[in-house]
Design a binder for this molecule. Structure first.
Ligand code: ATP
Length: 360
């Protein structure tokens, strides 16, 4: 197809401010509309230059993300599309600014989180997912990083990153190995048809982590993780779940179901007692449980670790090609330059941005 995006020079309309984050092929920056003063988040997506290249995003995939964003407009728990621009190298998706940071970072900064608050967060995720599923859109990348808060200090959730989302008409068969290993459902691992149920599994994983800080299926490597997923091998260990209510555990176990037809739908989840809370003026047992924040903090630490490992791997690769200086040591600048080259070749923008900070 040949969708034409606005090609007015982006810099005529917006001032570009700080970087908000980055992904594999995208950098997100805060921008300011010169006329109105309004602030947005602009996602600069690198276009793929040649069909055979592995860098950048294909036109088809960029258009798919834009089409999804256009369709889902108008729900308070979903990031809102504002405009789309295009330059020679990038497509720029201008989105509503979500400025409260990741939900998990917010939770880590708190002293205590009870299940009433946790369930209220998960409910907002479910409301977003219901909106998507009612439009036959499957997100396919629900994970803590994509659950953000609209404003710092407030509890209003926004789902971001529709880069893997797609429309799946009822009856159509779509198979793809997409998503992040820890969060994917058995049907993804087995290359079986994807469906709205695929998102529901991921909601289960997010809930499990939010309540415990532990990752239910994570193994020592990818194969082990995948094998845990396809065998639905998880448990509610005492160490992490001794304070968790039975409703919460029941909610999660309704989602970790191998058979997609038996797995709870978004409607069923919204009706679940853990989400709805007690009837009438019955006591809310969810209040009794305090979630151990330190466990969730260790989840965040592990996430940061993974990014470090990613960088060290690049560094090891670069050390093989860099020249050593006289005394057997590497020249730091030479090493940084080699790393930069490798990241650029691999299209690893996240690492590339960390490296460019080293240059300064
Ligand atoms: P990945 O490769 O990790 O899937 P991506 O390339 O699809 O990422 P996004 O996840 O959309 O990119 O954005 C990258 C980061 O930019 C996010 O993790 C978040 O920190 C930040 N970000 C994205 N959208 C917004 C927004 N609307 N407001 C504020 N920050 C945002």
């Amino acid at each position: 197809s040949n969708v034409h995006f606005d090609d007015t020079p982006f810099e005529d309309v917006f001032d570009i401010e700080t970087e908000l984050g980055s992904g594999q092929f995208a950098v997100v920056r805060r921008v300011r509309d010169k006329k109105t003063g309004e602030r947005y988040a602009a996602k600069f997506i690198k276009k793929r230059r040649y069909a055979t290249s592995r860098r950048g995003v294909t036109r088809q995939n960029i258009e798919r993300e834009v089409r999804v964003l256009q369709k889902i407009r108008g729900h308070s728990n979903v990031v809102e599309l504002h405009a789309v621009y295009e330059t020679a190298s990038d497509v720029i998706i201008v989105l509503e600014l979500v400025s409260g940071g990741e939900l998990f970072d917010h939770v880590c900064a708190k002293e205590c989180l009870d299940e009433v608050e946790a369930a209220a967060f998960i409910k907002q995720i479910l409301l977003a997912v219901r909106h998507l599923h009612s439009l036959h859109i499957v997100h396919l990348d629900i994970k803590p990083e994509n659950v953000m808060l609209k404003q710092r200090g407030e509890s209003h959730i926004k789902i971001i990153d529709f880069g893997l989302s797609r429309e799946i008409e009822p009856g159509a068969t779509v198979k793809d190995m997409v998503g992040t290993p820890e969060f994917v459902a058995p049907e993804v691992v087995n290359y079986e048809p994807l469906s709205p149920a695929t998102d529901m599994w991921a909601v289960g994983v997010v809930t499990y982590i939010l309540l415990s800080g532990g990752s239910p299926f994570l193994g020592d490597n990818r194969d082990e993780t995948f094998s845990n997923i396809t065998r639905v091998r998880y448990h509610f260990s005492d160490r992490y779940f001794k304070n968790t209510s039975k409703h919460a555990k029941d909610f999660i176990s309704r989602l970790f179901v191998r058979d997609v037809d038996q797995r709870a739908t978004v409607e069923e989840c919204l009706q679940h007692p853990w989400i709805r809370g007690p009837e009438g003026n019955a006591v809310d047992i969810r209040k009794a449980s305090c979630i151990t924040i330190s466990h969730i903090q260790s989840f965040k630490t592990r996430q940061r670790w993974k990014r470090c490992v990613e960088l060290v791997m690049v560094l090891l690769k670069a050390s093989k090609t860099s020249r050593k200086i006289g005394d057997g040591r590497f020249n730091p600048e030479d090493l940084v330059a080699s790393c930069t080259l490798i990241c650029a070749e691999e299209g690893n923008l996240r690492a590339l941005h960390k490296l460019s900070a080293l240059h300064k």
